[in-house]
Design a binder for this molecule. Sequence first.
Ligand SMILES: [Zn+2]
Ligand SMILES: [Zn+2]
Length: 115
Amino acid sequence: MQCVACGRRSSYNRAVVDTVTDSEIGVLCPECEHEQFGQMLETGDWTDDECVLCDRDGFYALPEWRAYVVEIDGRRISRSEYSMEPACPALCDKHYGELSETTTVRAENPVSPQP
Ligand SMILES: [Zn+2]
Ligand SMILES: [Zn+2]
């Protein structure tokens, strides 16, 4: 899974879930979460279905991945999963678009003018 904002494959922090189709469309890495939202996703209260940045409906949920350990045949295996309960932060289509658009902006290496 790639981070929807920076396109990197590295560590993930939150899943990005399309709540209409209930499908996972990517992840949001810790760097991008802090860059885009600071601490607000961790500390906020997300009991309604609205976008975290405006009052439109949130279509893209950002549940946190949680690691846990299962024991299979006596071996401890770490797994991770996300849960949509309790309520998690969500983004509307517009703000999700803005978040994922930063990918293309950063992917194009801007050519700096020659001195
Ligand atoms: Zn990222
Ligand atoms: Zn919004």
